[in-house]
Design a protein around this ligand. Structure first.
Ligand SMILES: *[C@@H]1O[C@H](CO)[C@@H](O)[C@H](O)[C@H]1NC(C)=O
Ligand SMILES: *[C@@H]1O[C@H](CO)[C@@H](O)[C@H](O)[C@H]1NC(C)=O
Ligand SMILES: *[C@@H]1O[C@H](CO)[C@@H](O)[C@H](O)[C@H]1NC(C)=O
Ligand SMILES: *[C@@H]1O[C@H](CO)[C@@H](O)[C@H](O)[C@H]1NC(C)=O
Length: 524
C-alpha cells in the first residue's frame, strides 16, 4: 500500500479515537441538578493527605540535625527562591507535630504520607552517627498517628540529600547505592514495626533532571545531558536494592508494602489529528515517566526503547563514540530492577500540549540535553485550562484520566496509588477553586476506575501551606492555612479541608457540597 494512504488511514483511526474520547470521557457531568450529584468510590479505596520533611519541619539544625542540599542551597543562594525565603522554620512541624496529627484526624483520612529527613536521623548521611533526637521525633509522630488509627505512609527520600554526600556527587556517584541502603535499613528497622506503607523515592525525574540537568531544584548543577542519566541509573538501582532488602529480610515479618512514587504531567498531542504530535506525546511520556517506570514496571524491564535508541544515536553524532550518555544496564541488573514495587505511586498536577521540535531546534534546547534527546516542545500556550495563580499548574482533569489509562495500558494494569494531587493558589480560606480542582480530578480518577484502571487510593497534596520549593511561600497548596507570622504557625482549615473531609468520610464525591466558612473546629 502507498505510504500516504497508510498515513491517512492512521490519521482517520486517531481521529475516531479522539472523537470517541470526547464523547465518552468529556468533562465530568457536574453541576447538572437533574443528574445524580454523588459518585461513590470503591469500598477498599484509600484516602490520605501528604507533606514532605523539608517543606514543613523547620528545625533545620535542631538537636544536631545535619545540613541537607536544600539547607545548603537556600542559605548560600537565597535569591534562588522567588521570595528569598527558606525552610528553616516553615510550619515548624518539628514542634507542632501533634497539631498536624489532629488536622489529619479531622480530615477523616486513613493515611498520612510524610517523609523522613535523612539528615535528621543521620546528620552527615553515613550510618556511623545516629541522632537519637531524630529517631525520637519520628517515633512520636508515628505513635501519635497510630493512636487515632491513621496509617503512616513513609517516603524514605523526598529530595533532601545530606550535603556531605552531595559533595561526593550525590546520586551521580554509584557509592550512593550502598549508603542509601544503609540509611533505608535503619529507617525500616526502626519504624517498620508500625509503618506498613513505604515509598523509597519521591519524584526521581525532579531529582535528576531538575537537580542535575538544569539550575532548578537543589543541588542545581545546571549540567545538561549527562549527570541526570547517571542520577537516574543510580536511583533505580538504589530503589531496587532497598526493595529487595525489604522483601528478603523484613516483609514477611512486618507485612508492609513498598513501592516508588514518580511524577508525570499528561502530555497531550497538540493537534489531535496529527500523527507527528501523537508520536511526540508518546515519546514525552516515555522520556518523562517511562525513564523511571519502564525499568521497574514493564515486563521487558530496562529503559524505554525510544530512549535507548535516540540517546545512543545522538551520543555517537555528538562525538561520544560508542558509549551512550544513557548508561546501560547489564542483563542481571535489568532482572534485579524489574518488578521491584508493590504499587505504582504517581504524582500528578497538570498537562501540556506536545509537538515535535524541528530541525532548527526551535525549542532552543542545549546540545546535548535531556530535552534535546527527547526533542519535543511542551507548551500550555493557547489552552483554556484555568489556573489560580500558578505559572504552570493549569487545570485539565482529563489529563488525570488519560495519564491513569496510559499507565494502566503501558504496564499491564498495576495497582496505582495517586500519591500526590492538588492545586496551588495565592492564599485565602475560601478556596473554592481548590474544591473544584479536587472534585474534577477525583471524578477523572473515578472515570479511570470505571474503565479498568486499578487505582487503589488518593493522597491529596497538601495538608497545609508550606515551603513550596522554588516559589517559597508565594504559592499555597494547603487544605489548612498557616499563619507564618505567628510563633505557633497557627493552622486554620480552609473550605477545601471541609470538602475533602466530607469526601473521605463518605467515600464519595458530592458536587452539591459547597460549605461556607463558619469558624467551627469540626470539619464534618
Ligand atoms: C442534565 O441531565 C439530564 C438527564 O441526564 C439531561 O436530560 C439534560 O440534558 C442535562 N442538562 C444539561 C444542561 O446538561
Ligand atoms: C554526630 O552528629 C552530631 C550532630 O550533628 C555532631 O555534633 C557530632 O559531632 C557527630 N559525631 C560524629 C562522630 O561525627
Ligand atoms: C529552519 O529555518 C530556515 C531558515 O530560517 C527556514 O527556511 C526553514 O523553513 C526552517 N525549518 C523548519 C523545519 O522550521
Ligand atoms: C497571624 O499571627 C499574627 C501574630 O500572632 C497576628 O498578629 C495576626 O493577626 C495573625 N493573622 C491572622 C490572619 O490570623
Amino acid at each position: 500500500m502507498h505510504a500516504n494512504v497508510l498515513k491517512m488511514i492512521l490519521k482517520l483511526a486517531l481521529l475516531l479515537l479522539v472523537l470517541e474520547q470526547s464523547l465518552c470521557y468529556g468533562q465530568p457531568a457536574n453541576f447538572n441538578s437533574t443528574m445524580s450529584n454523588i459518585r461513590r468510590f470503591p469500598d477498599f479505596f484509600m484516602w490520605g493527605i501528604g507533606t514532605s520533611a523539608y517543606q514543613i519541619e523547620g528545625g533545620w539544625n535542631a538537636d544536631g540535625k545535619g545540613e541537607s542540599i536544600w539547607d545548603y542551597m537556600v542559605h548560600k543562594s537565597p535569591a534562588k527562591i522567588l521570595d528569598n525565603t527558606n525552610g528553616d522554620v516553615s510550619t515548624d512541624s518539628y514542634h507542632q507535630w501533634q497539631r498536624d496529627v489532629q488536622m489529619v484526624k479531622d480530615l477523616h483520612v486513613g493515611t498520612y504520607r510524610f517523609s523522613i529527613a535523612w539528615t535528621r536521623i543521620l546528620p552527615n548521611g553515613f550510618i556511623h552517627n545516629v541522632s537519637q533526637a531524630g529517631i525520637d521525633y519520628y517515633n512520636n509522630l508515628i505513635d501519635e498517628l497510630l493512636k487515632y488509627n491513621i496509617k503512616p505512609m513513609v517516603t524514605i527520600y523526598h529530595w533532601d540529600m545530606p550535603q556531605r554526600l552531595q559533595e561526593l556527587g550525590g546520586w551521580t556517584n554509584p557509592e550512593i547505592i550502598p549508603i542509601f541502603k544503609e540509611y533505608a535499613r535503619l529507617v525500616i528497622e526502626t519504624f517498620g514495626d508500625r509503618v506498613k506503607l513505604w515509598t523509597t523515592l519521591n519524584e526521581p525525574w525532579h531529582v535528576c533532571e531538575y537537580g542535575y540537568g538544569v539550575d532548578y531544584m537543589a543541588p542545581a548543577y545546571n549540567y545538561p545531558g549527562i549527570p541526570s542519566y547517571l542520577c537516574a541509573h543510580n536511583m533505580l538501582k538504589a530503589h531496587a536494592e532497598v526493595v529487595h532488602m525489604y522483601r528478603d529480610e523484613y516483609q514477611e515479618r512486618m507485612g508492609g508494602r513498598i513501592g516508588i512514587t514518580m511524577d508525570s504531567a499528561w502530555h497531550e498531542p497538540k493537534n489531535s489529528d496529527s500523527v507527528e504530535d501523537h508520536e511526540a506525546s508518546e515519546r514525552t511520556m516515555q522520556f518523562y515517566l517511562g525513564w523511571f517506570a519502564h525499568p521497574i514496571f514493564s515486563k521487558f524491564g530496562n529503559y524505554p526503547k525510544v530512549m535507548i535508541k535516540r540517546i545512543r544515536a545522538l551520543s555517537k553524532q555528538q562525538g561520544f563514540g560508542s558509549r551512550s550518555r544513557l548508561p546501560e544496564f547489564t542483563p542481571e541488573e535489568i532482572q534485579r530492577i524489574k518488578g521491584t514495587a508493590d504499587f505504582f505511586g504517581i504524582n500528578h498536577y497538570t498537562s501540556y500540549l506536545v509537538t515535535p521540535n524541528d530541525a532548527n531546534n526551535t525549542g532552543n534546547f542545549p546540545i546535548p540535553s535531556w530535552n534535546h534527546d527527547m526533542d519535543v516542545i511542551n507548551t500550555q500556550e493557547g489552552v483554556d485550562w484555568p489556573t489560580s495563580g500558578s505559572k504552570w499548574l493549569r487545570v485539565y482533569p482529563k489529563g488525570m484520566y488519560n495519564l491513569l489509562m496510559w499507565i494502566h495500558r503501558e504496564y499491564d494494569a498495576p495497582n496505582i496509588i495517586v500519591t500526590e494531587n492538588g492545586v496551588s493558589d495565592r492564599g485565602g480560606l475560601e478556596d473554592y477553586a481548590r474544591v473544584d480542582y479536587h472534585n474534577h480530578y477525583l471524578s477523572a480518577v473515578l472515570d479511570a476506575i470505571e474503565d479498568g484502571a486499578n487505582v487503589m487510593g488518593y493522597i491529596g497534596w497538601s495538608l497545609m501551606d508550606s515551603f513550596e520549593w522554588k516559589v517559597g511561600y508565594a504559592e499555597k497548596f494547603g487544605l489548612y492555612h498557616v499563619n507564618f507570622s505567628s510563633p505557633e504557625r497557627t493552622r486554620t482549615p480552609k473550605i477545601s479541608a471541609k470538602v475533602f473531609a466530607n469526601i473521605c468520610k463518605t467515600n464519595a464525591l458530592d458536587w452539591n457540597y459547597r460549605p461556607k466558612l463558619d469558624g467551627t473546629t469540626d470539619l464534618v
